[in-house]
Design a protein around this ligand. Sequence first.
Ligand SMILES: O=c1ccn([C@H]2C[C@H](O)[C@@H](COP(=O)(O)OP(=O)(O)OP(=O)(O)O)O2)c(=O)[nH]1
Ligand SMILES: [Mg+2]
Length: 144
Amino acid sequence: MQVKVINQSKHSLPEYQTSFSAGLDLRANIDESVVLQPLERTLIGTGLFMELPEGYEAQIRPRSGLAYKHGLTVLNSPGTIDSDYRGEIKVLLVNLSNEAFEIQDGERIAQMVVAKHEQIRWDETAVVSETARGAGGFGSTGKS
Ligand SMILES: O=c1ccn([C@H]2C[C@H](O)[C@@H](COP(=O)(O)OP(=O)(O)OP(=O)(O)O)O2)c(=O)[nH]1
Ligand SMILES: [Mg+2]
């Protein structure tokens, strides 16, 4: 599927790192590096503007390596890019480690997965159907 994009960043367009990767790695597009202190959050621009087809969304997800090694994650994970959004794609990062982390310009800070989605119409009713699970959730099926 082709997706229109404007690249106002200093970097090349995001790429799939392997043949069957689900996510395109997004690079920070910043004038100078940003230091994130423990529990601090920051919005990082990518310099990318895109036009997703109707019925598609893009999800901004953390990279597991950064999360594992540095406690760096996407605060609103998964971030949602609506198909009618025309602004810059931005990444909201938070440092959940107890050490400062320096984000460099051009660093691959997150990944973006494009997915189909539905928009629903409500069918308002007085009852919903019975199931074996019923209202059970939040650990109701136990541990093992
Ligand atoms: O990680 C993200 C999340 C959102 N957005 C952009 C695209 C999205 O379409 C728009 C709105 O996002 P969202 O609906 O999550 O934010 P909101 O707080 O509900 O803002 P709004 O009232 O603008 O919808 O912001 C990003 O660039 N990065
Ligand atoms: Mg919204």
